[in-house]
Design a protein around this ligand. Structure first.
Ligand code: HEM
Length: 463
């Protein structure tokens, strides 16, 4: 660290008050969108001290990139993630990196997210897309995007990961239980995010008030996961899916299987980490696509030119992928993460002592005008064209996190999102009533429920 450049006093949120600190300018409903707005005036690094808590935000692209360097920084569990441990203890997502169970799970699950594995899952994803298109074809021309994307992404994990139709499309025996599961999961995510953002005293009171509801939800989530595991144990398959990896595969390093008491947490993790985030991405994408007739036509032409929806065709749908990347840039479902300094660091001219955590506000850093240009806040999928990316080597774009704890499911998410957008656009024209996108924050950031108008197209691309 170069000490000569060190400045004193990280900028802070205006209106600091004695004892309570930077209590002003907090938005409890949309805290991170509020921080993004504050960052525009406070600069790439600023702090908030609230009643003994100290938050430092890296909101500029270059500083966020600096915090991504694994040699000097490491991942730290973020408040809401710690809360998730209540019902997903020691899972791939919630375990500390130092926990041997994290390494074991990471090694066991890595083969489930390779390109080869994605080819295997593709038919289950197509089955999910078929069901969605069939449902929309029989409807009244107005669709509830939130409900459809929650069910589609839940089914993608259920069918591809656990070999199980969750019954979220059409009527099957599982449907009611699965719907109750996803409702409980959404409620838990809301409460978890809320608990993580409360002031210490108020947090304890709210937690106590909510405890009976939380216990009810956790019982339901656990029961749902245990049923899936028990069913596979009673009816074994030779599928190479997530569930069989959990049950049968030994860690190549230690030779051990995952402990039986850990299976439930791992299964819930894939449903929680995978479905909610991908649904958020799809909802943002459908909003932008529906709002832009020309983009929609270009997307449709590109999809049609691929001549179908098999694995190879879908991976080559370039413009759909640019749209998804641009949505991840503007509205990353995981809007930020904590990084801890491994040793004293100089961040933007300020000393960050070893052990201090910094919140990388990806939501702001991925819109930094200094690295993405003056139109950084605008939706422009063509900025992901290879030529333009090459001309912008300093860009910060980390919607999947960084380092060994980054998202294991990114290929899975991208594959199913590309396929679903392609299938929807080849069968339907989308229009919106022009309402702006409203983004909620419940752990992930996700559009508030909205509807779209759809019109069935004739001469859809052959499936
Ligand atoms: C658009 C969709 C997705 C986004 C934006 C996303 C984003 C992320 C991010 C940012 C992290 C790192 C969080 C941190 O450092 O605290 C993460 C971790 C993780 N994600 Fe995703 N994710 C998505 C989809 C998925 C899917 C589909 C799955 C599984 C099927 C999945 C499973 C996981 C798991 C298990 C981890 C923890 C990895 C570890 O700590 O070793 N994610 N994700």
């Amino acid at each position: 660290m170069t000490t000569s450049l060190i400045r004193r006093g990280i900028p802070h949120v205006p209106g600091r008050v004695p004892l309570l600190g930077d209590i002003r300018n907090i938005d409890r409903r949309r805290p991170l969108q509020n921080e993004m707005a504050l960052a525009a005036s406070l600069g790439p690094i600023y702090e908030r001290k609230v009643v003994g808590l100290h938050f430092i935000y890296a909101a500029g692209g270059r500083l966020a990139a600096q915090c991504s360097d694994e040699q000097h920084w490491e991942r730290e569990l973020y408040g809401p993630v710690t809360e998730l441990r209540r019902f997903m203890p020691r899972s791939l997502f919630t375990a500390e990196s130092s926990d041997p169970l994290w390494g074991q799970a990471h090694r066991i699950f890595t083969p489930a997210f390779t390109q080869t594995a994605m080819r295997r899952y593709h038919h289950a994803m197509q089955w999910m897309a078929d069901d969605l298109v069939a449902e929309w074809s029989g409807g009244c021309g107005v669709v509830d995007v939130h409900s459809a994307m929650t069910r589609a992404t839940g089914e993608a994990i259920g069918r591809a990961g656990f070999g199980r139709n969750l019954g979220l499309f059409g009527a099957t025996a599982d449907g009611a239980a699965s719907r109750a599961f996803f409702d409980a999961m959404a409620a838990m995510l809301r409460m978890t995010a809320d608990a993580g953002s409360q002031l210490p005293g108020i947090g304890i009171l709210r937690r106590w008030q909510r405890e009976p509801t939380v216990r009810r939800h956790i019982k339901l989530l656990n029961g749902f996961a245990d049923d899936i595991v028990a069913d596979r144990v009673q009816h074994p398959t030779d599928d190479e899916d997530l569930l069989n990896l959990m049950l049968t595969v030994r860690d190549p390093e230690t030779g051990q299987r995952l402990p039986p008491e850990n299976l439930r947490a791992q299964l819930l993790t894939f449903l929680v980490a995978g479905a909610e985030t991908t649904a958020a991405l799809l909802e943002v994408a459908l909003h932008f696509i529906a709002a832009d007739r020309q983009l929609q036509d270009e997307l449709r032409a590109g999809i049609s030119a691929r001549g179908g929806f098999d694995y190879q065709a879908v991976t080559g749908m370039r413009l759909v992928r640019h749209v998804l990347n641009e949505c991840l840039r503007l509205w990353p479902p995981v809007p930020g993460y904590l990084r801890k300094a491994r040793s004293d660091q100089n961040l933007g001219g300020y000393r960050i002592p070893a052990g201090q955590t910094v919140f990388v506000l990806a939501l702001a850093a991925q819109r930094d005008r200094e690295v993405w240009g003056p139109d950084a806040g605008a939706f422009d999928p063509y900025r992901f064209e290879p030529d333009r990316l090459r001309a912008n080597p300093e860009r910060f774009f980390q919607p999947w996190g960084v380092g060994p704890r980054s998202c294991i499911g990114r290929q899975f998410a991208f594959q199913q999102a590309t396929l679903l957008i392609a299938r929807i656009l080849s069968d339907f024209e989308l229009t919106t009533d022009g309402a702006p996108l409203v983004i909620n924050e419940h752990g992930t950031i996700r559009p508030a429920p909205y509807r779209l108008n759809i019109r069935r197209l004739h001469g859809s691309v052959e499936k």
